[in-house]
Write a new protein. Structure first.
Length: 276
């Protein structure tokens, strides 16, 4: 016999969900409204919200570049994110495929080592990273950031490995009987079957450098080389509306990518969670 839902439990559940939604949604709504502030300063707000609204802040964001060159920061961020996405996705997929399909002596120790290293916060190695970048002359070099992001990306290969584990190895064995090499099996069989996880990997590899603040702040000292995150943090406190407008605009590409690729994201995460 089907158990009937308790009205009190249902009501409490909905109240909790509404409160949680409000807690997460309100800061976003406030930031969006603040980006349209006509005065530009947070000190002129009427309580939480601006007294008057205007599109002038968004116009100044792209036209008034004498002190704060937002278009340049946006371009820097885009180039770093695209470079990191391409190289990071390539390395992560290769690492995951190797760990999934091949057996060698150091395989399990390497998997355990990456899991243990992944437990430590990334900022713990910032001093070492800075010293290495200084020794190699990569301070104020955007491609130095691309190397760091790309080299770090394969550390999170477990979801991708789980996805490759779901592809039957009998397909590989049948292809080998027909004379296919490991490279041909990877390129012509497994890679086409792995579109969802490739999309997931590319998106996660893109979003990290797109929104990161610590590494660019550490390695980029010249204002023209700033990423959006570092540039926005350098704004004067009287430019809060510009800060809010820049924050809203930087979120637009991620939102578009998410809704365009959400189907592949769900497929990749659900399939990658089947096996570890």
């Amino acid at each position: 016999m089907r158990k009937r839902n308790n009205p009190i439990d249902t009501t409490v559940t909905y109240i909790i969900l509404i409160l949680v939604a409000f807690i997460f949604f309100f800061p976003c709504l406030w930031l969006i409204l603040a980006s349209f502030s006509k005065s530009g300063s947070i000190y002129s707000f009427d309580g939480f919200f601006p007294k008057s609204y205007s599109l002038a802040t968004f116009k100044r964001l792209f036209t008034d570049t004498t002190m704060y060159n937002y278009p340049k920061w946006f371009l820097n961020t885009l180039l770093i994110a695209i470079g990191s996405c391409a190289l990071g996705t390539f390395l992560t997929i290769l690492t995951a495929y190797t760990m999934s399909r091949f057996r060698f002596k150091a395989r399990k120790p390497m998997m355990k080592a990456t899991m243990i290293l992944g437990m430590f916060p990334s900022f713990m190695g910032m001093t070492a990273v800075y010293l290495l970048m200084t020794q190699f002359g990569l301070i104020n070099k955007p491609w130095g950031l691309i190397l760091i992001y790309s080299a770090s990306a394969p550390m999170g290969y477990l979801t991708q490995k789980g996805y490759f584990d779901t592809i039957p190895k009998a397909i590989d064995e049948a292809a080998k009987i027909d004379g296919a090499t490991n490279f041909q099996i990877f390129m012509k069989i497994n890679l086409p079957l792995s579109k969802p996880i490739i999309v997931y990997t590319a998106l996660t590899s893109f979003t990290w450098p797109w929104s990161d603040f610590i590494l660019p702040k550490l390695l980029l000292k010249e204002k023209d080389l700033y990423t959006v995150a570092v540039g926005l943090m350098s704004l004067d406190e009287t430019e809060f509306a510009r800060f809010a407008a820049g924050s809203v605009f930087i979120a637009v590409p991620i939102i578009i990518l998410y809704f365009a690729l959400v189907k592949n994201l769900v497929e990749s995460i659900s399939a990658g969670a089947v096996k570890g």
